[in-house]
Design a protein around this ligand. Structure first.
Ligand SMILES: NC(=O)c1ccc[n+]([C@@H]2O[C@H](COP(=O)([O-])OP(=O)(O)OC[C@H]3O[C@@H](n4cnc5c(N)ncnc54)[C@H](O)[C@@H]3O)[C@@H](O)[C@H]2O)c1
Length: 263
């Protein structure tokens, strides 16, 4: 018998930050398929009809900048957030490799990059947990997932860009920001103890997104599965982590990288 709803998220309300992005859209589709109610906060304007396979069914969208804690504090007073169950901290900024993308290299990079990453990749996770995490804390039930990157755990291999003839260097600011997520998760795991709230990190490697073909080939060669990740594969892992199928996993880092970090 065909089972389209294996994890059954029981109509629980789940907030996805950055739900309009590449991964956010896949997570939304996957969670809706598994019977969740979705609330998206994203700074981009969005057309639900165009972007989600399951259209408006069970999806609420708010256009807000998560760097602005006052803006999201007033948003959190809306009745829809009352029985929030899950938070997926996914919104972030990144600088993917592009031919001749101008980013000053390590020794010359201005501190504005780091300031931006701290504001956009650390502070927004913190703001989200302070404002919406409080609801979970009070309700004594919930689940928080913090999305990190393999480049927060390991150094990017800058030689891949060189081999692909992209005049590009992955900035250290992304590694600094994403590596902080591990401590952030552990801290919150302890802070939410006794409150029936689980907190975990999900670490992801590169997702296909029309990257330079040469770059994809060279990167894939470093991955035991010999390919990059499809966004749906990351979404399925996140769906498992938000479901009761992972009910005893807490304070952990789940790595989804096709084996990239095994050496
Ligand atoms: N794409 C990859 O290869 C990859 C690999 C590893 C980890 N990740 C992580 O996965 C997550 C999602 O990445 P993605 O590739 O979907 O990125 P994306 O750029 O496609 O999506 C990010 C979304 O976050 C939103 N956003 C950013 N700052 C915001 C703010 N201040 N307020 C509200 N919304 C904001 C953006 O508008 C965008 O829609 C990120 O945490 C990223 O670090 C991605």
């Amino acid at each position: 018998m065909k089972n389209n709803n294996p994890l059954n998220l029981k109509k629980r309300k789940i907030l996805i930050t950055g739900g309009y992005g590449i991964l956010g859209k896949s997570i939304t589709n996957e969670l809706i398929r598994n019977n969740a109610k979705i609330i998206i906060i994203d700074k981009k304007q969005i057309s639900l009809k165009k972007n989600y396979r399951f259209q408006q069914k069970g999806i609420h969208y708010f256009n807000a900048d998560l760097r602005d804690i006052e803006e999201i504090k007033s948003l959190s007073k809306k009745s829809i957030f009352k029985n929030l169950y899950g938070i997926i901290n996914n919104a972030a900024i990144d600088t993917p490799p592009k031919q001749n993308r101008v980013i000053k290299k390590f020794f010359d990079q201005e501190s504005k990059y780091l300031d931006e990453e701290i504001n956009s990749n650390i502070k927004i996770y913190l703001n989200t947990c302070r404002v919406f995490g409080k609801i979970l804390y009070k309700n004594k039930i919930g689940n928080i997932i913090n999305v990190s990157s393999i480049y927060g755990m390991l150094s990017p291999d800058q030689s891949i860009y060189k081999q692909a003839k992209l005049n590009f260097e992955k900035p250290i600011s992304y590694t600094i920001a994403k590596s902080s997520i591990y401590g952030f998760t552990k801290y919150l795991c302890q802070y939410f103890k006794d409150r029936n709230v689980r907190v975990n990190t999900v670490t992801l490697s590169g997702i296909y997104n029309s990257q330079d073909r040469n770059f994809v080939k060279i990167l894939s060669n470093k991955i035991p599965l010999r390919r990059m990740m499809r966004s749906q594969e990351a979404a399925q892992a996140i769906c498992f982590m938000i479901s009761d199928y992972s009910s005893y996993i807490n304070g952990e880092n789940i790595i989804i990288d096709g084996g990239y970090s095994s050496i």
